[in-house]
Design a protein around this ligand. Sequence first.
Ligand code: HEM
Length: 418
Amino acid sequence: MDMKMPVDKGLDNTFNLLTEGYSFIQERSEALQSKVFETRLMGKKMVCMTGKDAVRLFYDTDRFQREGAVPKRIQKTLFGQNGVQTLDGEKHKIRKLMFLSLMTESALNRLTAITTEQWRLKAQQWTGQENVVLFDETEEILCRVACLWAGVPLKEPEVQSRAYDLGAMIDAIGGVGPRYQEGKMARERTESWISTIIEKFRDGAMEAKEDTAIHTIATHRDEAGRQLNTQIAAVELINILRPVVAVARFITFGALALHDYPMYKEKLKEGDAEFSEMFVQEVRRYYPFTPFLGAMVRYDFEWNGFHFKKGTTVLIDLHGVNHNPELWETPYEFRPERFKDRKKDLFDFVPQGGGDPKTGHRCPGEEATVKIMKASLHFLVNELKYDVPSNQDFSVDPIRIPTLPKSKFVIQNVSILE
Ligand code: HEM
């Protein structure tokens, strides 16, 4: 039976998206009483979907493709051009394996060790400083971590500007005007820097260990046995550096959670590994980061009575699925305990995408993210003493994509615990 897909009112809802932010799909889905509906965004007819079954559908790589689904403005800022995010089929599989091959147990342990070491080094500068803006400092720390882990040389005087650029590409996601321009220029500068590094490595003018990202990406062979050209290799190496820096957002939210729910700080201090895992997962679920993702219908098909037309862009509501009351009890409460003995499911907990990362586009860096978060929060809780001044704006704007606590979380009177 072919049912008519509910249609969102309005000639074009781009403005509403900009003024509704993270709740755009969820609220409309509730109002239309349908997990699937049609809307118009950026002058194009699009389909929005939410719920677990919709995630499962979205990650069906037979019915959906990514080529042609990533807007140019996202390629010019966040993703870059011709990267893994835009590939399908065999090409995607081979490129994706390159990323997954970097996530070995020993490489991830090295990532944890580097993260702890870099927090310790940076924190020494904070004692005696009046205000420490945790988010900005964390981006810098993670820029150092990303480069050390990936084998990319980074000179001390350039740390601040490289960290800024990697952060600006992420901050541009929902930005129009100056925020978009900043992200675009940040990408141009970063691609030029990383292209030079790739060339140096290939020319033998610098070395890197075999299990580093630069070594793996610069020597990677595609489906035809060819090396990636310099531009694509740079885009893919930035696909490692930038998301490591992005983890600063989850860490800042983690610090906010520790402030808002001090009993969890005590529990984390006890060093219970199971609780640390639960806490980190709840930070990834509860706080807003990735709002939704897009893919394109590959051929006409029917699903749950609805017709999906070839060439239509379909958006999946990741934020809404992480806050869906059918999947999560009291979804707008921060409650790490909900992850105790929770069964792993590829389609209901989707802060970094859904499905199987080997066969689809799900983030290959989830374990890396969790490792960085655990090491960072462990440091904040067990090695640092600080005050959190109340005269700052902790509010998290649900309209701005991506969002953060407005003050970016300021701490004071920092001392290092022996
Ligand atoms: C703040 C932490 C992170 C968030 C919120 C995040 C989120 C995401 C999301 C939503 C996707 C898209 C999934 C899809 O298209 O279906 C993705 C893909 C990707 N992520 Fe992450 N990620 C994070 C950390 C990382 C880390 C630490 C790495 C690597 C070290 C990484 C590498 C990638 C790559 C290479 C892709 C493209 C995968 C593909 O297209 O097949 N991410 N990430």
